[in-house]
Design a protein around this ligand. Structure first.
Ligand code: ATP
Length: 451
């Protein structure tokens, strides 16, 4: 009888190289012929505001089906490959592996939801070892079990997207990625169901990362077919080692699920906070925009940093009294700043009326009146008429901000940011067919076998 096995791992990489998806793709290659895949490998991004992450706080889950003996072999392959490939020499690399047999326990799913916005300790994750169908393996201090459980417990039952990843040959790691820029524009144009390939506003190509990691390109989209079509239109100018398509929670805003009042906020959480602007936006050194909001429980600073570009300009139009909902990461108090919400997204809920006051006009000669002194009314400088009862005229100043949601440009998006192009998109109820998963994954794996 076939059994399900869910496998996940995290914290295998360092900034000097490697990447958890690269390791996962190598493992997929090793085990593909031995078992059935019940899903594409899942790339799960967790709370992007936790301090220990290397880059994008991503962990990978692989979901398979097979006979007991095959699953036991796979288990050994995973442990062996993680041990061999993980950057264990780096003290910040602390891999964790999680295995869940058959159904994912509801407690693990709940943990996974929390891992999207909260900061979780290693002992809290370790407690899951007591569940009979959960098996956790720690290397180094084993912090990676948090991410591994977070990934395993998120079978992407809500909104999701796909990412096509291509990997470089080891000899090219750390060098500039060679790619035909024009072809990226053609691919973007030819695949309406991909998104965030290019930031046209800031003239920046988004599909090639910049670090020393093995990823050559990442193309994000709504279907596996569309991301693969985009890849077929892209012209890499260096040899590619491997390909894989991941199903992922990227670009779904999944880290913003919890509403907070200000006094509840703790460092490194991802939070939704509604408040009233209590200190007007102002720029500080480095061109960062700072303002404060308050609610019934407290006051907190909010920051839109320089890399968010025109987003700062848009938010600079807020004034005291406006009601807004801020979506962001909680930066702990530092030497020179209080605890602050790093704003990733902002919704304007209510705008106060802004007004200016002007002196009234003379009834005789229509000239603008001058003040006759404090509480003495107005005087016409042309005909000298004095008006004791006239009042200043209130004039509404149009607001340069509206009741809507504001997002930074694509260059400043996080992996989880839902871009404007996806605003009305939700893949929640889209079916994943095993036969399609198998067919597409085979195509991708054959690329390495052929090359
Ligand atoms: P990459 O994107 O290159 O894969 P990364 O940014 O995912 O790297 P890791 O090296 O995997 O970074 O480190 C992230 C660490 O944070 C892991 O040990 C993971 O278990 C842990 N972690 C993930 N989510 C949480 C959370 N919500 N609370 C506490 N720790 C977490």
């Amino acid at each position: 009888m076939k059994k399900e096995l869910h496998i996940a791992f995290d914290d295998t990489d360092s900034l000097k190289g490697s990447c958890t998806t690269h390791l996962a793709t190598l493992i997929v290659h090793e085990i593909f012929d031995q078992v059935d895949f019940i899903d594409f490998p899942n790339l799960i991004r967790l709370n992007p505001n936790i301090p220990h992450k290397t880059r994008g706080n991503g962990a990978v889950a692989i979901r398979i089906e097979g006979d007991n003996s095959d699953l036991a072999v796979v288990r050994e392959v995973v442990i062996k490959t993680v041990k061999k490939m993980a950057r264990l020499e780096d003290e910040n690399t602390n891999p964790g592996i999680a295995f869940v047999s058959n159904a994912i326990p509801k407690e693990v799913k709940h943990f996974s939801k929390r891992a999207m916005w909260d900061v979780i300790s290693i002992p809290e994750a370790e407690e899951f070892n007591s569940l009979t169908n959960v098996d956790l393996i720690k290397l180094g201090n084993g912090r990676g079990i948090i991410g591994a459980l977070g990934a395993i417990g998120n079978p992407l039952e809500d909104d999701f997207t796909y990412e096509h990843l291509s990997y470089r040959l080891p000899e090219n790691f750390g060098t500039k990625r060679m790619i035909d820029r024009e072809s990226i524009l053609v691919a973007d144009e030819g695949t309406p169901l991909t998104f965030s390939n290019v930031d046209y506003e800031y003239n920046s190509v988004m599909i090639t990362p910049r670090g020393a990691d093995p990823v050559f390109s990442g193309i994000r989209g709504e279907t596996p077919e569309e991301v693969m079509k985009a890849w077929s239109l892209v012209k890499p100018l260096e040899e590619i080692a491997m390909l894989m398509v991941y199903r992922t929670n990227q670009h779904t805003n999944q880290h913003f699920i919890k509403d907070f009042v200000i006094e509840q906020l703790k460092p490194h959480q991802s939070a939704i906070v509604q408040g009233v602007v209590s200190k007007a936006p102002h720029y500080i050194e480095g061109s960062h925009l700072i303002f404060s909001i308050k609610d019934d429980t407290g006051v907190i600073d909010c920051a839109a940093y320089e890399p968010t570009k025109r987003f700062r300009g848009e938010l600079s139009n807020l004034v005291i009294g406006d009601t807004i909902t801020v979506f962001g990461g909680i930066r702990p108090k530092g030497e020179n700043h209080p605890m602050t919400i790093n704003v990733e997204r902002l919704k304007v809920d209510f705008l106060v009326k802004t007004v200016s006051y002007e002196n009234p006009f003379c009834d005789n000669c229509n000239a603008r009146l001058k003040s006759a002194g404090k509480n003495k009314g107005f005087k016409c400088q042309k005909c000298s008429t004095v008006y004791r009862d006239k009042k200043q005229i209130e004039k509404e100043i149009p607001r340069n901000i509206s009741l809507k949601e504001y997002l930074p440009p694509i260059i400043a998006h996080r992996h989880l940011t839902k871009p404007i192009e996806r605003k009305n998109q939700n893949n929640k109820n889209k079916q994943i067919r095993n036969s399609e998963v198998k067919r597409i994954m085979k195509l991708l794996l054959d690329f390495r076998n052929e090359s």
